[in-house]
Design a protein around this ligand. Structure first.
Ligand code: ZN
Length: 401
């Protein structure tokens, strides 16, 4: 309304604006309800044009759409071959007249960029939906027992997790959790600070000390956290490696990217996701080719940021592979052969940092490149930045049935 008034000098009522917008969306993207009929055909073409892509549609007794699942073959291959096994799952409500829910399962690549694994579509939200979606998701993951799933504390998801992924570790985002519990510690920044420090702690002893301090100043908040389960928010207690995925909810970030399409017909949403994924991966491949080192940009920056602190370290050899490192804050024993340090930072993040770089620079120059996170290669690996075919446009002449 404001745009129309400012740009064109036309005063429109809210009602008229709403109807006009709906009319335009209908003309450009087609009918909302008809789109459900095209959905199976679109999925069929998507599978035809993108090898190993998995789609599925569930209908009710009246053959009405209930749920849909879509995972691009290239993304599945990437997840099962080169990506760190941490995924996050979230849902967002669709805003069209048909309502419904869009689910996303995501992870981060070694460049800390969002990488989609699977999408779900549903006519309504409920525990059955989560169970159905997680069941489909399980079908695309090769080694679920090695995985960590980070999700909201929604009851429906928890029940689905228990039913489908009973053997898989799961956690919650630190920021999410504190938001849910903050009614217990309003205006207590000291408690929140302790909580975040405990969340990020690399050592069990450090974590225990912080939690003990928290218990002494705010026992109720402490008890709430213990009830949630410390394995779910603490990096050092997590049964799987969480890397840097502690606070940012990447699925929520993806939801915000998809905000603009939530009023579109369901098939247009699926097409938009396909287009968006293809464009992002194309850009990443181009950037990867320009990168001067074999590391990702993020890993390269991570190392550069730690060069200065590595120069402050004093090193005392213990034997050929083990060194005592003093960084002026703490002392640690580093084992270069097993990529392990008693401070646990190297072990939990799998990225070189000041201690390992200091030792590698002085004593193990020949291993310096190898040390620089061999997993973080920025080669234009098709799995790392996969190609998703755009050649899947469904037309009415192409009835696959
Ligand atoms: Zn260390």
């Amino acid at each position: 309304m404001t745009n129309m008034r400012d740009k064109h000098g036309i005063n429109l009522s809210y009602n008229k604006t709403y109807i006009s917008k709906d009319h335009i969306l209908h003309n450009v993207f087609g009918d909302l309800w008809e789109s459900f009929k095209m959905f199976p055909a679109y999925f069929h073409m998507l599978e035809n044009c993108n090898p190993r892509t998995i789609t599925n549609i569930e209908t009710d007794r009246k053959n009405q759409f209930k749920y849909g699942f879509m995972a691009f073959g290239a993304c599945i291959e990437g997840f099962n071959t080169v990506i760190r096994q941490v995924i996050t799952i979230d849902a967002t409500h669709l805003k069209s007249k048909t309502r419904g829910v869009l689910l996303v399962a995501m992870y981060k690549d070694h460049n800390e960029m969002i990488y989609p694994l699977a999408f779900g579509f549903a006519n309504s939200k409920g525990s059955k939906l989560w169970t159905w979606f997680l069941k489909q998701l399980r079908g695309v993951i090769l080694q679920p027992e090695l995985m960590l799933i980070i999700l909201d504390r929604h009851t429906g998801i928890s029940n689905g997790m228990k039913a489908i992924f009973p053997d898989v570790a799961h956690g919650v985002y630190a920021y999410h959790l504190v938001n849910n519990l903050k009614q217990h510690c309003k205006k207590r920044s000291d408690v929140i600070n302790l909580y975040y420090h405990a969340t990020y702690a690399y050592h069990i002893e450090e974590f225990d000390n912080l939690m003990a301090e928290m218990k002494s100043i705010h026992p109720k908040f402490h008890d709430e956290l213990v009830e949630v389960g410390i394995r779910k928010f603490s990096r050092v207690h997590c049964p799987r490696k969480r890397y840097h995925m502690m606070t940012t909810n990447i699925a929520e970030f993806m939801n915000s990217c998809l905000l603009v399409i939530r009023k579109l017909p369901i098939t247009s949403i699926a097409k938009f996701i396909r287009d968006l994924s293809q464009c992002c991966f194309h850009d990443r491949r181009c950037n990867a080719r320009k990168t001067p080192t074999f590391l990702t940009e993020d890993a390269d920056q991570h190392i550069k940021d730690r060069v200065l602190s590595s120069q402050r370290c004093q090193i005392h050899p213990v034997d050929f592979n083990r060194f005592k490192v003093d960084d002026q804050w703490k002392e640690a024993i580093i084992d270069m052969e097993h990529c392990s340090c008693s401070c646990c930072e190297w072990d939990l993040n799998e990225l070189p940092y000041s201690h390992s770089m200091a030792v590698a620079t002085v004593y193990k120059k020949e291993e310096h490149n190898k040390l620089k996170c061999p997993e973080a290669h920025n080669t234009p690996n098709p799995s790392f930045a996969p190609n998703i075919s755009l050649d899947d446009a469904y037309t009415e002449d192409e009835d696959p049935c």
